[in-house]
Design a protein around this ligand. Structure first.
Ligand SMILES: C[S@@+](CC[C@H](N)C(=O)[O-])C[C@H]1O[C@@H](n2cnc3c(N)ncnc32)[C@H](O)[C@@H]1O
Ligand code: SF4
Length: 348
């Protein structure tokens, strides 16, 4: 049985104007790591199959702190021998010695937030690294980590099909085993939203998405989740756990967890998290099922028809959004573009 532990580190060197993840551009206080350790002490004693350091910018964490948290998880829960241990890194918040050190202390998957290989796009995104640094870090990462990934953002307001195709082709020359490719979304409350930055035109975004699917398929890194592409065997096991509705724990301010129908939520505030700890809520079976549907439909492997209304499944098939294979519904290309109405249709 898989059991993942997500550890949220909500600190960044600066705040990007599009980002609505819980993170702050301040330095953590030195005693903070003890609060993380204390929270790990309250985890169930269940062998952990994946750990994911996310953020924020967890590559800013000190090596001794990452090591202490991994040790705490291993002592409290046990770490399976083949556990996937991922960490998100920013190109301007990691270097080669740090990559080597992380690898030596057990991190076996690095996910680098490159975002773009064009200086103009990086500037537009308010990033502090340039394309040259991004290229250098990708090369360094690939030398140290067999299992690694980059994040790129596309469908920027000025992206054309040819500009994005060229950028993605360059990213593919590194032949990494995994790529996360996100369409820029303008999130409420962010500086981009306040400045009135408009997302790419809907039709352009659709064409960019279809082109991305095709380009990645041809490169031998097909999609396995709408924004995630991997060589066979390099799908992110931790994230697959979320999408497949498995149990996971959330450690740190702003982190969420799921244990069956019990949802855990930590406050998006460091002082409140330290004072109040975790809030637990029992979800109804229906609520948890809807969550699983929302997540599971995003996967290429399909979603079990067991709890779906046969009439709704038939309508989704008639609309050309899914096909049925044995006891699953599997997205078609049209379904991939219609995820929201499809989810509404299939929600019992
Ligand atoms: C939680 S962020 C943390 C990663 C890391 N701090 C960084 O910025 O590289 C994970 C990824 O989400 C993506 N992301 C964040 N905000 C986004 C947005 N508004 N639209 C699309 N993708 C976004 C970025 O690609 C980012 O690398
Ligand atoms: S995108 Fe990454 S670096 Fe930028 S503010 Fe969000 S978490 Fe921090």
């Amino acid at each position: 049985m898989s059991f993942g532990v997500y550890i949220h580190w909500p600190y960044c060197l600066s705040k990007c104007p599009y980002c609505d993840f819980f993170s702050r551009a301040v330095s953590p206080d030195a005693t903070l790591i003890e609060a993380y350790q204390a929270e790990i002490q309250r985890l169930p004693k269940r062998t952990v199959t994946s750990v994911f350091f996310g953020g924020g910018t967890p590559s800013l964490m000190q090596e001794k702190d990452i090591s202490a948290l991994l040790e705490a998880v291993a002592v409290r829960c046990g770490l399976s021998p083949d556990a996937e241990i991922s960490l998100e890194a920013n190109p301007d918040a990691i270097d080669m010695p740090k990559m080597k050190a992380l690898h030596a202390l057990g991190v076996n998957r690095l996910s680098l937030g490159v975002q773009s290989l064009s200086d103009d796009s990086l500037q537009f995104l308010g990033r502090h690294h340039d394309a040259k640094t991004a290229r250098l870090r990708i090369e360094q990462m690939a030398r140290i980590f067999d299992n690694c990934s980059i994040d790129l953002m596309y469908a920027l307001p000025f992206h054309t099909l040819s500009a994005w195709e060229k950028e993605l082709a360059e990213a593919l020359t590194y032949d990494l085993p995994h790529y996360s490719l996100y369409q820029l979304t303008i999130e409420e409350g962010t500086p981009f939203a306040r400045q009135g930055v408009k997302p790419a035109d809907e039709n352009v975004a659709r064409d960019l998405f279809l082109q991305t699917l095709e380009q990645m398929e041809k490169a031998g890194k097909p999609w396995y989740e709408v924004s995630n592409f991997a060589q066979k065997g390099f799908e992110c096991r931790h994230n697959l756990g979320y999408w497949l509705g498995k149990d996971y724990a959330g450690i740190g301010p702003g982190a969420h967890g799921r244990y069956g129908c019990v949802a855990t939520e930590n406050p998006c505030s460091v002082p409140l998290w330290r004072q109040q700890g975790t809030q637990k809520t029992r979800l109804s079976k229906q609520e948890r099922f809807e969550e699983k549907l929302l997540m599971g439909l995003r996967l290429r492997q399909g979603f079990s028809t067991r709890h779906l209304a046969p009439k709704a499944v038939q309508r989704a098939i008639d609309n050309g959004w899914v096909v049925r294979t044995k006891n699953k519904v599997v997205l078609t290309q049209e379904g991939l573009l219609m995820l929201n109405p499809l989810t509404v249709l299939l929600c019992p």
